[in-house]
Design a protein around this ligand. Structure first.
Ligand code: TYD
Ligand code: MG
Length: 422
């Protein structure tokens, strides 16, 4: 139980609308403008760039690279006008040295202002005096308002500070980014408590032991919510990965059993990923099922389908599944690759190196169709795959790449028969 002290009188500012209702026809919208920036991956996830007056929440685990990415974005946007970066966690000297580290030798932008401040009223004062086009608050959990009795980072503080900043963004047209640490500890409010309040929610994800980072949009009032940007954390900051499939398949061993290639969609973009499966006799107790990068329930379902519908004996086997590169694959279209990776390991037989697998698996062992087949197939061809197993009846466009041989199957057992034939 955590004590929450309430507001001592002053209520939070509501967005400055002030006017009565207007007819829809009377409201005039200028063509939606976006702040120019070079970082095209970041701009794409936002739906085309930073919208003036928007409030954007960027969440992620501590240490995943939020400050690094946002400092780079600040320097990028500062090329066209003033940007204010407010940190409650680091000193200006630390931020400057990081800025030099990520700038690749370029001189620091003239228009980037740094401040270390934790009082929300003073932060708002700074926004009013600098008049930036973009302000970054790193992080919302370090801000506090003197009107609220509870400690910085508590739910009431985080909500109050965010709604004050929301009012500033709407009334002044300054775009504001809030950094929010995802916390396991209930004493500090995580970014989820703000999701309803902000215009856009982005999450930066990735396995801390790998260098790839995915910036995923989960809510966006100004663009599609399925967009994903891929970055790589290097020695001088986050670098955009223009061709993620190639990067994720770079270390693949093609002759090893238990490796299958799935073609997933990350937002509007197809991505080829390697799914690995390993079965090993259980030595003690219950057989284990360990999933890394895929949902454990999905693994259990697919294991059951492999056992009952295909007849692969797995009840005395531990099963481990891994998606290479620290990725999380949630799409059902990767089911077939997952099942095939496990079957390939169980039968100790490698798949043909140029084979990609697409399809969702149903409980009766049938292979189901998936959307966006055409971009998936194009991506597979681009990466040199010449053969693909896919669900029957999938509507293949006439302009299907001729380099690709498609094998349409109706069931998992048919797919495995083809994939493990050698
Ligand atoms: P940071 O941006 O501070 O994470 P967050 O703000 O999400 O907590 O990133 C911290 C990690 O990134 C840290 O472990 C060091 C690493 N890093 C690099 O690998 N390369 C770099 O150029 C920078 C600036 C940081
Ligand atoms: Mg940080």
């Amino acid at each position: 139980m955590v004590e929450e002290l309430l507001n001592s009188g002053r209520t939070s500012v509501t967005p400055a609308s002030g006017l009565g209702p207007k007819r829809l026809t009377e409201i005039d919208v200028s063509a939606e403008e976006r702040l120019p920036m070079d970082n095209s991956e970041f701009a794409r996830v936002l739906g085309g760039g930073v919208v003036p007056g928007s409030l954007v929440l960027i969440g992620g685990d501590p240490g995943i690279g939020k400050s690094t990415l946002l400092l780079q974005v600040s320097a990028d946007v500062a090329a066209g006008g003033p940007v204010l970066y407010v940190s409650g966690e680091e000193s200006v000297a630390q931020i400057k040295s990081r800025a030099l580290r990520v700038s690749n030798g370029a001189p620091p932008p003239e228009n980037l202002y740094l401040a270390t401040e934790t009082d929300v009223d003073r932060v708002i004062g700074q926004i009013e005096s600098v008049e930036p086009r973009l302000a970054i608050i790193d992080s919302i959990q370090t801000l506090h308002s003197a009107d609220i009795g509870s400690a910085a980072g508590s739910i009431s503080q985080v909500r109050e500070c965010a709604s004050r900043l929301q009012a500033v963004a709407k009334s002044s047209g300054v775009a504001i980014f809030l950094v929010g640490h995802v916390t396991k500890d209930g004493a500090i409010a995580g970014p989820r408590v703000l999701e309803h309040l902000v215009d856009t929610v982005l999450y930066l994800e990735g396995d801390p032991y790998h260098s790839y980072r995915l910036l995923r949009s989960v809510k966006n009032r100004y663009g599609a919510t399925t967009e994903v940007g891929v970055f790589k954390m290097g020695t001088s900051g986050m670098v955009e990965v223009a061709n993620p499939s190639e990067a994720f398949l770079a270390e693949r061993r093609t002759d090893a059993p238990g490796s299958a290639i799935a073609v997933t969609m990350e937002g509007s973009r197809p991505l080829l990923v390697e799914v690995q499966g390993l079965t090993s006799p259980t030595t003690f107790g219950h057989p284990r099922r360990t999933a890394n990068g895929v949902d454990t329930n999905r693994l259990l379902i697919i294991t059951a389908v492999l056992t009952r519908r295909v007849g692969i004996q797995l009840s005395d086997q531990d099963i481990f599944v891994n998606v290479v590169g620290g990725l999380q694959v949630k799409e059902p279209a990767a089911d077939l690759a997952l099942a095939t990776a496990i079957a390939s390991s169980a039968r100790d037989r490698a798949l043909p190196p140029d084979l990609a697998l697409i399809g969702e698996i149903g409980l009766s062992g049938e292979l189901r169709r998936v959307p966006h087949l055409e971009p998936r197939l194009r991506e597979a061809v681009k990466l040199g795959f010449s053969s693909v197993v896919l669900p029957k009846g999938a509507d293949l466009g006439l302009d299907l790449p001729s380099e690709l041989e498609g094998h349409e199957v109706t069931s998992l057992s048919e797919a495995l028969e083809f994939a493990l034939r050698t």
